[in-house]
Design a protein around this ligand. Structure first.
Ligand SMILES: NC(=O)c1ccc[n+]([C@@H]2O[C@H](COP(=O)([O-])OP(=O)(O)OC[C@H]3O[C@@H](n4cnc5c(N)ncnc54)[C@H](OP(=O)(O)O)[C@@H]3O)[C@@H](O)[C@H]2O)c1
Length: 364
């Protein structure tokens, strides 16, 4: 049987993405093969294509951090999971394919009846948001937080989780995205025309309890200025680097995985040494998953449960067929996207229905 897989052939711009048609992978001992229903598109994928994300593999590679799919075939020695089960996983790369094989322990069961695109949004974006909010910043109801990139994939997740946690939320965004931030309960701040530090102090007086900063570089220093004494900046990205000089686009690319990360250490140390009891904490979903896989699993189960209870409603910016991954990345790269872009496999609703029915008949 053949399937489609997206391949990054070299580090560079969107032209580096190729659609490959090849034999389906076979699950090895201890592995499970899933038929992917939905897989997310995120800035870390764009950064890996450019060769500048810390998780960038050697080329050629298949991008794709997260997936929701239906169990299709079991490798030798696998038990406790059945063909037809709906599952989610975060392989970090490799999810942009119709069929994916992973070790059994990578999969988390997904309650039946959920929309696959909404469920897949939870894996990278909402776990990142949830863990930063509750495990890194340890927010309490009534506290004030500032969310940078508030209209983006992780940003909208932070706004929704902030509202659930009873926080007062402020969000930087472009002017065109201000209404989306307001609808999610945030107070928008236009990062292009205003100083967010001045705005935060004007609106709050003494500053916020936590800032979530995916921008990186000197921006984190400004984020620190928006804190009240005792507050924390959670630094989790380097959006600045995709506009920087290390990009592979337009010339033979190189892998520069650690470009920009050294500056993080400087800010963390500064946070400890400077007066004001303000801390800068780095967050990395992949590091926490590797160190504490059970916590990752538990947090995803909690979020899937909140989705099933309709307490969360991930914003799907656009759904593309898997083969249009390049157009999806181009759209994300242009900016202005509200929520999450999702790639959908070419699976007919009938096939998905059959999978749900088989699963429901078995265990639900
Ligand atoms: N550490 C981790 O574990 C982890 C996990 C997931 C994601 N991330 C990181 O999180 C970041 C966001 O990822 P994403 O998938 O959510 O991206 P996204 O959907 O493209 O969102 C990025 C947002 O940032 C906004 N933005 C750009 N420059 C800004 C600035 N100077 N000030 C304020 N907002 C600005 C953009 O707004 P406009 O489009 O309106 O300009 C956009 O809404 C990436 O750096 C990614 O690597 C880290």
């Amino acid at each position: 049987m053949r399937h489609t897989r997206i391949v990054v052939t070299h580090y560079g711009g969107p032209e580096a993405l190729r659609v490959a048609d090849e034999e389906c992978p076979e699950p090895r001992r201890g592995e499970v093969r899933v038929r992917v229903l939905a897989t997310g598109v995120s800035l870390p994928d764009v950064m890996a294509r450019e060769g500048i994300h810390p998780e960038t593999p050697q080329v050629p590679f298949t991008p794709g951090w997260d997936l929701v799919g239906v169990v299709d075939r079991l490798g030798e020695g696998v038990s406790g999971i059945e063909p037809g089960d709906l599952v989610a996983a975060m392989p970090i790369h490799g999810a942009w394919a119709e069929f994916v094989c992973l070790p059994q322990h990578e999969f988390v069961p997904v309650p039946s009846g959920l929309d696959a695109a909404e469920a897949v949004s939870l894996v990278l974006n909402y776990i990142t948001a949830y863990q930063m909010m509750h495990r890194s910043a340890q927010v309490k109801p009534g506290q004030r937080v500032l969310i940078h990139g508030a209209a983006g994939g992780v940003g909208t997740a932070l706004l929704q989780l902030g509202r659930l946690a009873g926080l007062e939320t402020y969000g930087t965004c472009s002017e065109r995205n201000a209404s989306a931030v307001t609808e999610l309960g945030g107070i928008p701040i236009d990062y292009r025309s205003q100083s967010f530090v001045d705005e935060i102090h004007r609106l709050t007086g003494d500053g916020v309890d936590a800032v979530f900063d995916p921008i990186g570089g000197t921006h984190m220093w400004d984020s620190r200025k928006a804190l009240r004494p005792g507050g924390k900046v959670v630094g989790y990205g380097l959006i600045t680097s995709i506009r920087g000089e290390g990009l592979a686009s337009g010339r033979p690319g190189r892998r520069q995985r650690f470009r920009g990360t050294a500056v993080f250490g400087l800010y963390i140390a500064g946070g400890w040494l400077l007066p004001g009891r303000k801390r800068v904490i780095p967050y990395s979903i992949q590091t926490l998953k590797r160190l504490k896989p059970e916590m990752f699993r538990q947090d995803l189960i909690t979020l899937l449960d909140l989705l099933q209870q309709k307490k969360l409603k991930p914003i799907i910016a656009q759904r593309f067929p898997l083969a249009e991954a390049r157009q999806a990345q181009e759209l994300l790269g242009r900016g202005g996207v509200i929520g999450k872009i999702v790639l959908l496999s070419n699976v007919s609703p009938l096939e998905i229905g059959t999978a749900y029915q088989r699963r429901s008949a078995g265990r639900d």
